[in-house]
Design a protein around this ligand. Structure first.
Ligand SMILES: Nc1nc2c([nH]c(=O)n2[C@H]2C[C@H](O)[C@@H](COP(=O)(O)OP(=O)(O)OP(=O)(O)O)O2)c(=O)[nH]1
Length: 129
C-alpha cells in the first residue's frame, strides 16, 4: 500500500505538520498526506489529503527521494508540491500544528522515523527552490 506525502515549498520553506494521534506518533512531525484509496491516483490522493488536513489546494510536481519502507507492507512516497494560491494559509484541521521550516531547521524537528530518511532529499529540494 502506498502512503503519499506532499513536500509543500513556499519561499524556500517546507511545510511540516505535527501529529496529534496515535499516542506513539503524537508530537512527531510529518508531511501532509495519507493512504491512496482504491481507484484514486497518487496525485488525487495528495490533493484530497491536503484539503482535508490543511484546507488548501495544492499543485503536485515531481517525486522527491526514493520510496521509504513502512511497517505492515506500506511505502511512503513523497512528491514536491506548491500551494495553488500562494497567499493561502494552511491550518491544522486534524493535526496539533503546522509550521513553515527553513532548510537549516528541518533536521531539528522530531520527525516520524521514515521521514528522517528523507531529510537529505528534502534539503536538496529546498536548496533548489
Ligand atoms: N501522512 C503521512 N504519513 C506518514 C508519514 N511518515 C510516515 O511514516 N507516515 C505513516 C503514518 C501512518 O502509519 C501512515 C499514514 O497515516 P495517515 O493517518 O496519515 O493516513 P490515512 O488516514 O490515510 O491512513 P490510516 O490511518 O487510515 O491508515 O503513514 C508522512 O510524512 N506523512
Amino acid at each position: 500500500m502506498v502512503i503519499v506525502g506532499a513536500a509543500i515549498v513556499r519561499s524556500g520553506l517546507l511545510l511540516a505538520q505535527q501529529r496529534s494521534f496515535p499516542e506513539d506518533a503524537a508530537g512527531k512531525w510529518e508531511l501532509p498526506g495519507g493512504r491512496v484509496e482504491p481507484g484514486e491516483s497518487e496525485v488525487d490522493a495528495l490533493a484530497r489529503e491536503c484539503h482535508e488536513e490543511l484546507a488548501v489546494r495544492i499543485e503536485v510536481a515531481d517525486r522527491v527521494g526514493a520510496d521509504v519502507d513502512l511497517p505492515r507492507a506500506k511505502v511512503l512516497r513523497i512528491y514536491a508540491a506548491t500551494l495553488a494560491d500562494p497567499r493561502a494559509e494552511p491550518r491544522p484541521v486534524e493535526h496539533a500544528a503546522v509550521r513553515w521550516v527553513p532548510a537549516d531547521g528541518i533536521d531539528a524537528l522530531d520527525w516520524l522515523p521514515a521521514d528522517r530518511v528523507l531529510l537529505p532529499a528534502l534539503h536538496a529540494l529546498l536548496l533548489a527552490a
